[in-house]
Write a protein that binds this ligand. Structure first.
Ligand code: FAD
Length: 323
């Protein structure tokens, strides 16, 4: 059987695409592994009607809803290892092979494979504080820990102008904001940084240049937050840290196998090249939605992109069937 579309990934993007194509009564196979970007998070924020929901519950309930409503949508738990074009630009078709050896074919291929965060694990203790005490997005998590007694730490590594904006945003959650530059020793470096951060310093943000020796989450009975242990023995406590991760497309090898381009975006990481909002790529019939192809990363944007791609895919299938 050749499916109308193969969707790789069952996060918010892939499931939204599946739901829309289910409603359009197309025959679709969704193949997804067990990992997803916010798997370590316990509560999802900023998604209307799902505020505070555990991401796993959100995904499981969405999957149940889709399979219960749309018999034309099939979900397989597996990991795609290979993807290839087997059609023509006028009549595209694709074949994928999974880790268990299964082979599937579809007329369209939707990459909803998400992104992975690059974490600075060279900072001792980062991993144990992520993501409960180190947030990658203030909009997602800052509200719940606003106005607590110890303030917000901004982990500015590598140092860039982006952290000036982040420090100013952090001020909306707490008046005490400290930017940790993790070891700027020369007077020259410190002066440059002070110039860069002038707008934030003017609002009361402070800079801490001493190198971080270790991050340590507070024991649960001591409240939320973390200790920042600095070289020389000093320790500072914050209610949470914020850190801008660089993100890379998960399963980038599939994009490369299909001949897609991966664009490097300074300060952000990389994304699979596609046109927003249609998700169209340089390969006819291949579409990208969600974190894999967009700089605007979040559950709601991923769902919106999935929906948009599904609509374009549906229209394209009908066009092709006319000719
Ligand atoms: C710690 C943390 C907390 C966050 N909190 C929030 C929040 O509160 N609110 C918010 O809006 N956003 C939040 N986000 C962002 C949000 O998680 C992502 O924007 C969203 O999950 C993107 O959806 P997606 O469908 O593009 O990718 P994902 O949700 O990552 O899903 C990717 C899917 O692709 C599958 N996949 C990947 N490769 C393959 C392969 N080779 N074969 C088969 N399947 C594959 C995965 O298994 C998964 O099913 C958070 C992110 C992080 C890191």
């Amino acid at each position: 059987m050749i499916f109308d579309a193969l969707i790789l990934g069952a996060g918010p993007a892939g499931l939204a695409a599946a739901s829309a194509l289910g409603r359009a009564r197309r025959h679709v196979l969704v193949i997804a592994g067990s990992d997803y970007r916010n798997r370590a998070s316990h509560a999802m924020h900023g998604v209307l009607a799902c505020e505070g929901m555990n991401p796993i519950d959100f995904l499981t309930q969405s999957q149940h809803q889709i399979t219960a409503l749309y018999p034309n949508i099939r979900l397989e738990s597996d990991t795609v290892q290979r993807a290839a074009q087997i059609g023509t630009p006028e009549s595209p078709a694709f074949e994928v092979q999974t880790a268990t050896g299964a082979v599937y074919q579809g007329r369209r291929l939707i990459l909803a494979t998400g992104a992975i965060d690059e974490l600075p694990n060279e900072i001792a203790g980062f991993e144990t504080c992520w993501p409960d005490h180190i947030y990658q997005c203030l909009l997602c998590d800052g509200f719940e820990r606003a106005e607590r007694p110890f303030g917000v730490g901004v982990l500015a590594k590598p140092l860039s102008a982006h952290y000036v904006h982040l420090a100013l945003r952090a001020r909306c959650f707490n008046k005490r904001v400290v930017v940790y530059t993790d070891g700027l020793y020369t007077k020259e470096q410190q002066c440059e940084t002070e110039k860069l951060f002038a707008p934030a310093l003017a609002q009361g943000v402070t800079l801490q240049h001493t190198a971080i020796s270790r991050l340590e989450p507070l024991p649960t009975n001591k409240g939320p937050g973390a200790h920042i242990h600095l070289e020389g023995g000093k320790s500072e406590r914050v209610d949470f840290l914020v850190y801008k991760t660089l993100t890379r497309p998960a399963s980038a090898h599939l994009a490369l196998q299909l001949g897609l381009q991966i664009n490097e975006i300074p300060g952000h990481g990389s994304v699979i090249a596609c046109k927003e909002p249609t998700g169209a790529t340089s390969v006819p019939g291949v579409f990208v939605c969600g974190d894999a192809g967009s700089l605007i990363k979040g559950v709601a944007p991923a769902m919106a992109q999935g929906l948009c791609v599904a609509d374009v895919v549906w229209g394209g299938l009908l066009e092709e069937d006319k000719s």
